[in-house]
Design a protein around this ligand. Structure first.
Ligand SMILES: C[S@@+](CC[C@H](N)C(=O)[O-])C[C@H]1O[C@@H](n2cnc3c(N)ncnc32)[C@H](O)[C@@H]1O
Length: 237
């Protein structure tokens, strides 16, 4: 698909206003009867980082899907609901918007993303599909593993425990992810590495795990400082 060189930031912001004023009716069960959505500030941030021609991916679908498409991204939405995909396609067609850059994968993300892990590098990933444990972790592991160095992953619904745990206990501590923007509802990180996210535990010295108590955290921290042979002697097994 040809890039859309004319969709500069000002135009992307104008398209955002247009979509907010006239949203696709994607999620009839949403409180507003139209679509579940994230904060305006999250869409504004995405407008800054998702440029025409970028290769982008999201879990879930909604206003965000329409926006990536209108901004000229080569976009894949992974969502296991054909009705949502049809609503988005009809919305674009009825308004004469080019949707040639948009592809749907109508499988749950936990099935689709492992299957697509060799599909090539991504510039921007939005994770806003399933939010129950461990699905956000799987989405990050398989989706964000395809991010190029300098690419951006955005998480929505931070107050939900499966998302909060991943960010507070892992990503915020990992120097290979730089926190870029966000609110209490969403957060964006830039990737400072590239390739698979599978690695040996020795590459995760910063990770002390979702330990409930301060004692557990301190013990974990001491453990990382000790030679391996002393850990079994000093730390509770
Ligand atoms: C909060 S909505 C997404 C809103 C959208 N990002 C926006 O800004 O308009 C959550 C979406 O996740 C989808 N979903 C639920 N379970 C999923 C799964 N296992 N894999 C992928 N998407 C899933 C739902 O169908 C719904 O489209």
């Amino acid at each position: 698909m040809a890039a859309h060189p004319d969709v500069d930031l000002e135009r992307r912001r104008a398209l955002l206003e247009r979509v907010i004023a006239d949203p696709p009716l994607v999620h009839r069960d949403a409180p507003n009867g139209a679509a579940w959505r994230t904060s305006r500030s999250c869409y504004e941030y995405l407008a800054e980082v998702a440029r025409p021609g970028d290769v982008t991916l999201e879990t879930g679908a909604g206003l965000s899907t329409v926006l990536f498409t209108l901004w000229g991204c080569r976009h894949t939405a992974v969502v296991p609901d054909a009705a949502e995909a049809e609503a988005i396609e009809s919305w674009c067609d009825a308004r004469g918007f080019d949707r040639s850059g948009l592809t749907f994968d109508l499988r749950p993300s936990e099935v689709a993303l492992p299957d697509r892990v060799e599909d090539g590098l991504l510039d921007v990933v939005l994770l806003d599909g399933a939010h129950s444990f461990p699905l956000p972790v799987l989405d990050w592991f398989y989706g964000a593993s395809r991010l190029r160095r300098g690419g951006v992953v955005v998480f929505d619904d931070l107050p939900l425990p499966a998302v909060a745990w991943l960010l507070a206990d892992y990503l915020d501590l990992d120097p290979r992810w730089t926190r870029m923007a966000g609110t209490r509802k969403w957060r964006a990180y830039r990737r400072e590495s590239e390739g698979s996210l599978a690695e040996h535990e020795s590459a995760q010295q910063f990770f002390r795990g979702p330990t409930a108590s301060l004692t557990g955290r301190v013990t974990g921290w001491i453990g990382t400082m000790l030679p391996k042979r002393l850990r079994r002697v000093v730390l509770p097994q």
